[in-house]
Design a binder for this molecule. Structure first.
Ligand code: NAP
Length: 327
């Protein structure tokens, strides 16, 4: 039977404006970096994506290299779009990116016009889309002039292959430089995707100020510190968890942070939230954050995390305690 989205979905989510643009994003967005690639159970992925949409998540984030198996997450997402979401395309904000290594040779990495234009064409093909809503430059490229990268991003908008432009992992200074180039071209640059969570507060050192001054959106990636800010590692490292299998989260990092995590969990419990819910709520308490971009490996994780929006206010005392632990 074909999928029919829950009619109450928009009552269950909040939507936040992305900077001063006309675009609003769901407070919680879903990313497909891990768990949606070659090794994933397709039906489980499909189920997670439908559950997200049924609960008002409108924003789904991909990149050319997401897998495992570069391109695999976009291919799987394309299959789900074709099977279930055809009727809902206009209710979805789909993003992809290019910037990391994707194919061999000098044109499959970086920030050149050649790479960005070819990569977006490939992504559109894999997902079976005519356009993406946001196309990101995934990371700065010191070997390419910022005007060339900005020009390529501007071009894909003029070609109708992307509606809005984003950047990711740019420092405050690099952000200011590319904003200037976008302004000259009148490119609809609306959002910065940066790592931001209670254990990694680097964005507070200048980036938030730049984005606020420029009136741009901020989407916080890895808001749960890849699972550290959840109950996932309370009793060691379970098999199948990210820390057990991915180079991006090392068992030493889990061990190093465990003490802080348990103190944060005690605060979350006093608030009547899980640690994951508090970690997301803490970010959403910050008006500079447009959306929190979570990853999940199960439907249960997703449903637990979505409840974070039920309480996003914090007392002065709670904020002070969190600062003392995490700064
Ligand atoms: N622009 C960039 O450079 C960049 C970089 C990284 C990420 N991103 C984007 O951000 C998205 C999210 O990144 P992320 O996956 O690192 O985010 P995250 O939300 O910090 O971590 C997700 C992981 O946390 C665990 N988790 C989530 N909810 C849980 C719960 N309720 N209970 C227990 N464990 C839970 C799961 O780990 P297990 O898998 O172990 O179950 C899940 O895979 C990515 O998909 C991508 O779209 C962008």
């Amino acid at each position: 039977m074909s999928y029919i989205a829950d009619e109450k979905r928009y009552e269950r989510m909040r939507y936040r404006r992305c900077g001063e643009s006309g675009l609003k994003l769901s407070a919680i967005s879903l990313g497909l970096w891990h768990n949606f690639g070659k090794e994933a159970d397709f039906e489980a992925c499909q189920d997670i994506l439908k559950a997200a949409f049924d609960n008002g998540v409108t924003h789904f984030d991909l990149a050319n290299n997401y897998g495992p198996g570069p391109g695999a997450a976009e291919e799987n997402f394309g299959r789900v779009l074709a099977a279930d979401f055809k009727a809902y395309r206009d209710e979805m904000i789909i993003s992809t990116k290019a910037g990391y290594y994707m194919w061999p040779g000098p044109y499959g990495n970086g920030g050149s016009k050649k790479y960005l234009i070819a990569s977006l064409d490939q992504s559109l093909k894999r997902m079976g889309l005519e356009y993406v809503d946001i196309f990101y430059h995934h990371r700065p490229d010191s070997e390419t002039a910022v005007e060339e990268t900005a020009g390529a991003l501007d071009r894909v908008v003029r070609q109708g292959k992307a509606l809005y432009i984003g950047i990711s992992n740019y420092s405050p200074g690099q952000t200011e430089a590319i904003v200037k180039a976008f302004e000259e071209l009148k490119t609809p640059f609306v959002i910065h995707q940066a790592v931001y969570n209670m254990l990694n507060r680097g964005t507070e050192k200048g980036l938030i100020d730049v984005l606020t001054k420029e009136r741009k959106g901020l989407i916080a990636y890895s808001p749960l510190a890849q699972g550290l800010l959840t109950d996932r590692y309370f009793n060691g490292i379970p098999s199948g968890s990210r820390a057990s299998k991915s180079a991006f989260l090392k068992p030493e990092t889990v061990e190093k942070n465990m003490e802080k995590i348990m103190v944060l969990n005690a605060i979350a419990r006093r608030r009547g939230q899980s640690l994951a819910q508090m970690a997301l709520a803490w970010l959403l308490n910050n008006p500079a954050v447009t959306s929190v971009l979570i990853g999940v490996s199960t439907r249960q994780q997703l449903l637990q995390n979505l409840k974070a929006i039920e309480n996003t206010s914090f007392s002065e005392e709670e904020l002070k305690q969190i600062d003392e632990i995490t700064m």
